[in-house]
Design a protein around this ligand. Structure first.
Ligand SMILES: NC(=O)c1ccc[n+]([C@@H]2O[C@H](COP(=O)([O-])OP(=O)(O)OC[C@H]3O[C@@H](n4cnc5c(N)ncnc54)[C@H](OP(=O)(O)O)[C@@H]3O)[C@@H](O)[C@H]2O)c1
Length: 331
């Protein structure tokens, strides 16, 4: 099969389109014939082996899994002996094995990280959902326990996670503020945001407005500024952060955040996303009921995965970036 593989860490130059063997599936895994694969900042990070502290997990000198990509949508090709919920031919979406495998014609996916594709989505739209949808759902529902009428602010509202977070928060009945740049103001408003702040013109931490929940996908404000924008019982999820610090990325900021929130009434929640079928099912309900629609920035063919990852790596994606895999199938 064709796949995007990398033999060492580096810039997108390390990614090559190669012919490799199809992945072998375990008893509880499904072999998916990939039709589309979503791109995430995590793919860019693992490509570069960043942060260095994560290399024991990624692979010390080179990636253990040499195929990048985790978000996947396609058709079931084969199932492991213990798989009960899927049959060959089913249209599905989910997360490939941890640390990669989706930018390829076939991907191995655990049965527990897979669900039927939402009926109203294309494969490209479905591949845009898993990672960003999981993060937004986990942040707003599980950690924020966001309720109707609460004031929610999403920093980085036009990105992959932000576009889901705005829509999911609205579906919970929250009063939503999205922070984005000028070119994305109308798009974020069209997602249902009640208020949109153009960060090139206004600093949301200095407006005097206070929020019950802030999902920060960007990490461009100090923790004390973010706390000033939080209500006395408000919660911050410091989800974003770049890789300027190549050893620990945003690890230092998260430790500072734990310390600075330890003795105040405001709260902090940090988490690493975990793929779960039940969350794919919740996301599917939101999508099929029309409350959430994936926003696609651009699609690239598999042969241009380098450009797709570079676009996401620059940090200004407008919704999700997706790699399409024709895989001998005409859509
Ligand atoms: N907790 C977890 O397990 C987990 C999982 C996945 C991802 N993440 C992290 O979540 C973060 C966001 O991921 P993503 O997929 O949403 O990224 P993304 O799709 O690359 O989106 C980035 C967005 O940030 C916006 N942005 C850039 N500078 C900004 C600023 N100064 N103020 C407000 N917005 C700004 C950009 O909008 P403009 O173009 O308008 O500037 C862009 O839309 C990343 O840091 C990622 O590593 C965490």
């Amino acid at each position: 099969m064709k796949a995007i593989v990398q033999a060492k860490y580096g810039t997108s130059e390390v990614l090559d389109l190669r012919d490799i063997a199809k992945p072998e599936i375990g008893d509880s895994e499904v072999l998916v014939r990939v039709r589309a694969a979503g791109v995430n900042p995590g793919d860019w990070a693992i490509m570069g082996g960043l942060p260095y502290i994560a290399r024991p997990v990624y692979g010390l000198g080179k990636p253990k899994n040499r195929v990048r990509g985790t978000d996947v949508a396609g058709q079931v090709e084969a199932i492991g002996g213990a798989v009960t919920r899927f049959r060959p031919g089913d249209e599905v979406f989910g997360s490939s094995r941890q640390l990669g495998g989706a930018f390829a014609e076939y991907a191995a996916v655990s049965e527990d990280a897979l669900a039927p594709k939402p009926t109203n989505l294309t494969f490209e739209q479905a591949a845009a959902v898993p990672m960003a949808g999981y993060v937004a759902l986990q942040a707003l529902r599980d950690h924020g326990k966001v309720k109707a009428g609460q004031r929610v602010l999403v920093n980085g509202a036009s990105g992959g996670i932000g576009t889901f977070a705005v829509q999911i928060a609205k579906s919970f009945g929250a009063d939503v503020t999205g922070v984005t740049s000028t070119r994305n103001v109308d798009m974020v408003r069209s997602l249902g945001a009640d208020h949109v702040i153009d960060y090139t013109k206004e600093n949301f931490t200095r407006t005097g407005q206070r929020y019950d929940f802030i999902l920060d996908n960007v990490a461009n404000h100090s923790l004390s500024d973010l706390r000033r924008a939080l209500a006395p019982q408000g919660m911050l999820v410091p989800n974003g952060g770049g890789f300027d610090h190549r050893w620990i990325a945003s690890g230092g900021r998260l430790i500072s955040a734990k310390v600075s929130f330890a003795f105040v009434s405001q709260s902090l929640a940090t988490f690493i996303v975990s793929p779960k079928q039940e969350n794919l099912v919740v996301l599917t309900e939101l999508i099929e009921s029309g409350k959430v629609t994936p926003v696609i920035d651009r699609t690239y063919p598999l042969s241009e995965t380098r450009q797709a990852i570079d676009h996401v790596g620059r940090g200004h994606a407008r919704g999700k970036v997706v790699v399409t895999v024709s895989n001998g199938v005409t859509s």
